[in-house]
Design a protein around this ligand. Structure first.
Ligand code: ADP
Length: 469
């Protein structure tokens, strides 16, 4: 859909360690791409500055061109640096490539160089590039700890050199990633003010600190047009979703519902026989509620459902634990545990799923529940952070007009069981209500079209206007 243009336009440069799809590890990559595209659509000028990681697949970059060769200072030395320009998902990107070993390796993170050093270099090299080229955006938007040195360097040094115009916005996507240093949902903002080692600083600067919910990119994440899906669908026409489910079941060797049922003849001898498919797509880290994911695997098998976990564990011990579970379950008829990262498969799984599980211990915003909803997977989530701001329980009568999923409170197995049992029961016993819930989840606008305006307001509140500078 066409987006209305803003009347007051500005230039925004994101300085970031991740960008989807070329350098994505988690939600940060999705946020940068989605927010940048939403601001472009509203008429603003937007660039992304990204380290030129060796692992970036160059075929995804359009018109890659070397634009500047310059020196940037780091740790006592001048480092020869190349800046390239290219386009990714319709967004202009500037790739910063130092001539040393920084950003070399097979993955975005975890190379054999010192990451703290590399991102301090990158933060400075971005400012140096603006200084050398004379590019002065209205807003430099930095993200997470990786680029948090930039505001210090700017106010201590570059602002006294030639960079006068830019003002800086910092987003804290996740308080737990502190090599580190704004937040990402109203509930998470409250939680960070109430606890944690930064809370006193944040309380002192409360007037500069806002909670903005992330959105999803409505063009990339659209089941009606998604190139990764074998058949497309939308909230009015759900047949394609059933096809996607059967396609994934076949592909993963999970029993497929009989043809009769797949055609929508769900009631056999008066009882529902359907097997719900639950997906959980996540980084396998403590934040995501690992013990609850493991418990869900067992409980869903007991309930006669199917579950697919798609995840990667940065920690070897967690990797081994899930590898053992994969060995135990993957030959069986109910569970598949896939320990890898696959963007393509993630789209297919959200499309195939009846339910998406997000049992996080805490969650600044969470995108998995939003992608799930958009693709007709009913969310089952813990009430925390952004999950609490986007998913409303069908049995919570104070909020029934918003109801779109299942929410549980505790971090114990019983709390999770309660949510799963209710979801399975509705799915099996009340198919019409279930379909209504699927449609409601799909129709909720979690896109950046709905939320980018909150960021524009923040930008406008700090930027320097020509008539006032
Ligand atoms: P976080 O930013 O903490 O990782 P979010 O829910 O905000 O959590 O974003 C996670 C993003 O990463 C989603 O786009 C999710 O689909 C994706 N993702 C996580 N793990 C995988 C994986 N193994 N394969 C593909 N996509 C993944």
């Amino acid at each position: 859909a066409d987006v209305e243009k803003d009347s007051d336009l500005m230039h925004i440069i994101h300085v970031t360690a991740e960008m989807a799809p070329i350098a994505k590890v988690g939600g940060l990559g999705d946020v940068v791409t989605g927010l940048a595209r939403a601001c472009l659509a509203r008429g603003h000028t937007v660039d992304v500055m990204l380290p030129f990681y060796e692992c970036i697949e160059k075929q995804h970059i359009i018109d890659l061109t070397l634009i500047t060769t310059y020196n940037s200072f780091h740790d006592g030395n001048w480092i020869l640096t190349n800046a390239y320009r290219g386009e990714v998902s319709g967004i202009p990107v500037i790739f910063v490539e130092p001539s040393n070993q920084f950003f070399k390796g097979k993955y975005v993170y975890g190379g054999s160089y010192d990451e703290l050093e590399a991102y301090i270099f990158f933060s400075r090299a971005c400012l140096e590039w603006m200084q050398v080229t004379g590019v002065q955006p209205d807003i430099i938007h930095v993200h997470e700890w990786q680029t948090s040195a930039l505001p210090l360097l700017y106010w201590d040094m570059y602002h006294h050199l030639s960079l006068k115009r830019p003002r800086i916005t910092l987003t804290i996507h996740n308080m737990e990633h502190y090599g580190e240093c704004r937040t990402v949902s109203p509930t998470y903002l409250k939680e960070t003010l109430c606890s944690g080692w930064l809370s006193s600083t944040l309380i002192r600067n409360r007037d500069k600190y806002f909670g903005v919910l992330n959105g999803i990119d409505p063009a990339i994440w659209n089941p009606a047009t998604d190139i990764f899906l074998p058949v497309k669908f939308n909230a009015q026409k759900l047949e394609g979703k059933k096809f996607c489910k059967n396609y994934v079941q076949k592909g993963l060797g999970l029993p497929v519902e009989s043809a009769g049922r797949a055609e929508g003849k769900d009631v056999v001898n008066g009882t529902q026989q359907k097997v719900p498919l639950v997906v959980c797509i996540t980084r396998l880290v403590a934040q995501k509620g690992l013990h609850l994911i493991i418990h869900a695997i067992k409980h869903i098998e007991e309930l006669g459902g199917q579950m697919v976990v798609l995840g990667k564990a940065p920690d070897d011990r967690v990797e081994r634990e899930f590898k053992d579970l994969a060995d135990l379950y993957n030959e069986g008829p109910a569970i598949r545990i896939l320990l890898m990262y696959s963007e393509e498969l993630s789209h297919m799984l959200y499309a195939a799923a009846d339910m998406v599980l997000v049992p996080s211990l805490y969650e600044p915003c969470g995108l998995a529940q939003m992608f799930g909803m958009r693709y007709g997977a009913v969310p089952i989530v813990r009430r925390t952070g952004g999950l609490a701001d986007t998913v409303f329980d069908i049995d919570d009568h104070s909020n029934s007009h918003m109801a779109n999923g299942f929410v549980f409170e505790g971090i114990d197995e019983g709390s999770l069981n309660w949510a799963l049992d209710r979801a399975f029961s509705l799915y099996k016993n009340k198919p019409d209500e279930w379909t209504g819930l699927v449609r409601k989840a799909m129709e909720r606008d979690n896109s950046w079209n709905n939320t980018a305006g909150n960021y524009i307001e923040v930008y406008n509140s700090v930027r320097v206007r020509d008539d006032s500078s």
